[in-house]
Write a protein that binds this ligand. Structure first.
Ligand code: CMX
Length: 437
């Protein structure tokens, strides 16, 4: 795929040269201040890293290279008769800053298809794991097993010149993205469907092929996978999976090591695992209430019960967003178009009416609105995927697009090892005392 690589080299060289002189001339410019609440509060809002591929506004939500999700849905090319844009187009946009043509997207789909073979030892590693191993554990281990393929690690060991880091990383990023659907689909098949290997259909685009290997060839499900893969791809750099990938990558760990680390962060229930927790919680609620169609009052009672038990309402709240997540809204739009009659979808929409005022009434929740994870499971259930421990793997496959595009940029710009300063609480007490005097 010479065109994308050449374009990326051209763009990134331009950006790097401009940045070099800008940073040199403005190294001491103040871009913000840090207060104690942020130091103890999970570093919210501290501007401390560069992420070129997307930016998150608390009210408006995510913009990929300046484009909102509805704008992407209008502008990104569709191929293979799809109704939704394909993630190949989004990856192109994140890497180059330009909306690709249909031909560009078709070429990229073909390039990923050419790179998609998974070495046998990766399946052998998976086959050694007990079947009850959580799919995210399997996913993380399979990615580390794939590290044997790293072009960056091999060329670094051979003495690669610094100026070629971006190119080896580009190759790793493309290979990793191309192989992930086959790996993830096999984890699904072995864990829940008896271990069948469904081979790729070379005529399909990346997401449709993933759907195919998961065992569902409904064209509307293909479209859902395309939408899902686009909206979960990137959410600026500070979220835990992106930041972890970036931090580990900053040591010059290759794409495989750093992405596996990011996936271990995604596996936490406050982050990506929330998508499995949402559907688990919904089914617990339906079980508890003894009905597939609970009233709003019944839902409110169960929400209160969850809060009284000292638990969070999964799929609600966000560290940055202060409005309903546009990724939730995009999935709701898809469900309205294709499957509004489904019971479980109706329950999700009722929860959307019930939960925000309750969370707001607690007086401490900064964002009472649904996030991306509040809707996805219900659509997957409708398509027969009730195996909710697999859901975070789907999120992970998509997240590769954003964090790998960002890693290409990090290598091209030449970002250094990440190493912020930590202090002890004793240091803080001394600092406050000295300030008072
Ligand atoms: N249910 C109940 N309480 C919640 C809540 C929720 N959904 N969201 C926030 N709170 C609580 C926090 O636990 C915190 O309580 P304490 O002060 O008692 O510790 C308080 O409200 C303030 O939290 P906040 O500043 O509003 O939120 P944070 O930035 O600290 O946390 C998040 C953000 C996402 C971890 C939190 O909203 C949450 O736990 N949500 C549920 C899990 C979830 O859906 N995660 C997925 C996020 C999206 C993703 O990354 O995939």
């Amino acid at each position: 795929m010479k065109k994308l690589k050449d374009k990326f080299e051209e763009k990134s060289t331009e950006v790097r040269d401009k940045l070099k002189s800008t940073v040199k001339a403005n190294a001491n410019a103040v871009v913000g201040e840090v207060v104690l609440g942020q130091v103890y509060g999970g570093m919210r809002g501290i501007k401390s890293m560069i992420w070129e591929t997307s930016n998150l506004d608390p009210v408006e939500g995510i913009r990929f290279r300046g484009h909102t999700i509805p704008q992407l849905q209008a502008k990104l090319p569709r191929i293979n008769g799809s109704s939704e844009p394909v993630p190949e187009g989004l990856f192109w946009l994140m890497l180059t800053g330009e909306i690709p043509t249909v031909q560009d997207v078709e070429d990229l789909a073909n390039d990923w298809e050419d790179r998609a073979d998974v070495p046998k030892h990766v399946f052998a590693v998976l086959d050694q794991l007990p079947i009850e191993t959580h799919p995210m554990t399997q996913f993380s281990m399979a990615i580390v097993a794939l590290q044997s393929e790293s072009v960056f690690a091999r060329r670094y060991a051979e003495g690669m010149n610094k100026k070629d880091y971006w190119e080896a990383t580009y190759e790793d990023a493309m290979n990793l993205i191309a192989k992930l659907p086959r790996v993830a689909a096999y984890i699904y098949q072995r864990t829940f469907k008896g271990g069948q290997h469904i081979e790729r259909d070379t005529s399909l685009d990346w997401s449709a092929n993933f759907a195919h290997m998961l065992g569902n060839d409904d064209p509307v499900f293909y479209d859902f996978m395309r939408l899902y893969m686009v909206i979960h791809a990137d959410h600026e750099g500070g979220n835990a999976s992106a930041h972890t990938t970036h931090l580990v990558g900053s040591t010059l760990s290759d794409a495989y090591y750093s992405f596996a680390s990011g996936m271990n962060a995604l596996a936490g229930p406050l982050h990506g695992l929330a998508n499995q927790e949402v559907i688990k919680w919904i089914f617990e609620m339906l079980d508890d209430l003894g009905t597939p169609n609970p009233s709003k009052e019944q839902i409110a009672t169960f929400v209160q019960k969850t809060l009284d038990a000292g638990k969070v309402i999964p799929g609600y709240g966000h560290a940055v967003l202060r409005q309903p997540d546009p990724r939730f809204t995009a999935q709701k739009g898809f469900a309205e178009k294709h499957l509004s009659d489904a019971d479980v979808i109706q329950v999700v929409w009722k929860i959307f009416e019930v939960v925000p005022p309750i969370l707001e009434s607690l007086g401490k929740v900064k964002n009472p609105w649904p996030n991306v994870d509040a809707h996805s499971g219900s659509i997957l259930v409708h398509y027969g995927m009730r195996d909710f421990t697999f859901y975070t793997v789907l999120f992970g496959v998509s997240r590769a697009l954003g964090v790998m595009a960002a890693q290409c940029w990090s290598r091209a710009i030449g970002f250094p090892l990440e190493r912020p300063k930590s202090v002890t609480s004793e240091w803080i007490y001394n600092f406050l005392e000295a300030k008072e005097k």
